[in-house]
Design a protein around this ligand. Structure first.
Ligand code: UDP
Ligand code: MG
Length: 310
């Protein structure tokens, strides 16, 4: 029996991109020698005709094209996880449907995995051409920050586009956490990984479903999932403000007793109280963020719900 490669494709409002994606991969297929392809499209609660497009593809080639359709939008991470659970291939590749992950790289990825030297072949964008500069700026900032405060290295520009062998897939499936930050998970499980580099490719159809706010939330989730440093920072900030204000209080009492200083100036006092109050709220917020995540984890809710599958 030939090896099987499962292609996992999360789709959210991608009616225009799906046919283009399928064609593009089919064109590459002859270059993928001695391997059977299996598609797993995950419809992540799209409001457009994504599901109709997927049904069409499935009818065209029911043996190789499969889909799972969620009961609502659960997010790309849930889609990836579902795809990994459904995939039956010896190898799996994760791809965006908008062709920002060039299928032309597939033969080279396959070759590298087959060489036996690697368990995983990832991809990295070497530039962020045509991306809004503000998004690039914050993305860079995020990577710098998370790599400072997390023990799990997260490579700048690394895409979710990667091919993995069964051993690594099973390792990822064994991580049942609810708050799934794939960039961290791929790195956390380890295994021998190499990266192919390519210049940024623009989206071929449809539009991105990420705005600044959703990316901001995504990066906070990533930090909370892979670093405890914010908790340490909040504790340290609290400690120092405690020591500082303690010294200040002793100084004020000393001045009043020794020099009879009436210590006027309630405005400065109010500022100080507000400052300390602000630090407290900030630290509480950080703690709350982690507790919120714990709350989500202990509820053991399913990561996604499938409404239709073929
Ligand atoms: N996606 C998804 N669920 C979501 C948002 C996005 O499955 O809630 C999919 C989307 O259809 C695409 C991939 O995730 O295949 C990457 O999304 P997008 O291209 O919008 O992100 P960008 O490339 O702008 O980072
Ligand atoms: Mg994209």
């Amino acid at each position: 029996m030939p090896e099987k490669l499962s292609i996992i494709v999360p789709c959210y409002n991608e009616e225009a991109a799906i046919p283009l994606f399928y064609q593009a991969v089919q064109q590459i297929q002859p270059q993928l020698e001695q391997i059977e392809l299996e598609y797993w499209f995950i419809n992540d609660g799209s409001q457009d005709q994504t599901l109709t497009e997927l049904r069409k593809l499935n009818q065209l080639d029911p043996q190789h094209v499969h889909y799972a359709s969620f009961s609502r939008n659960f997010g790309k991470e849930a889609g990836l996880f579902c795809g990994l659970q459904q995939a039956t291939g010896d190898l799996v590749v994760v791809m965006d449907v908008d062709l920002q992950d060039p299928p032309e790289l597939l033969p080279q990825m396959l070759q590298l995995i087959r060489s036996g030297k690697y368990d995983c072949v990832g991809t990295r964008r070497t530039n962020r051409k045509n991306e809004p500069p503000i998004r690039s700026f914050f993305a860079k900032l995020f990577y710098r920050l998370i790599n400072r405060i997390s023990d799990t290295p997260i490579i700048d520009g690394a895409r979710d586009f990667r091919m993995m062998n069964r051993q690594m897939i099973n390792a990822i499936l064994s991580m049942q956490e609810y708050n799934r930050f794939s960039k961290g998970i791929f790195s956390w499980v380890g295994f021998r990984t190499t990266y192919l580099e390519y210049p940024n490719v623009e989206r071929q159809a449809g539009q991105t479903s990420w705005n600044f706010w959703s990316l901001f939330k995504y990066s906070i989730d990533g930090i909370v999932a892979f670093s405890e440093i914010p908790l340490d920072i909040s504790a340290i900030v609290g400690l120092f403000s405690c020591i500082g204000s303690g010294i200040a209080i002793i100084w004020i009492i000393f001045r009043a007793l020794v020099y009879g200083d009436p210590t006027a100036g309630w405005p400065s006092l109010v500022c100080f109280i507000l400052f300390v109050g602000g630090i407290q709220l900030f630290c509480l917020g950080i703690v709350g963020k982690y507790i919120g995540k714990i709350f989500l984890e202990v509820k053991h809710r399913p990561i996604y719900l499938i409404q239709e599958k073929k």
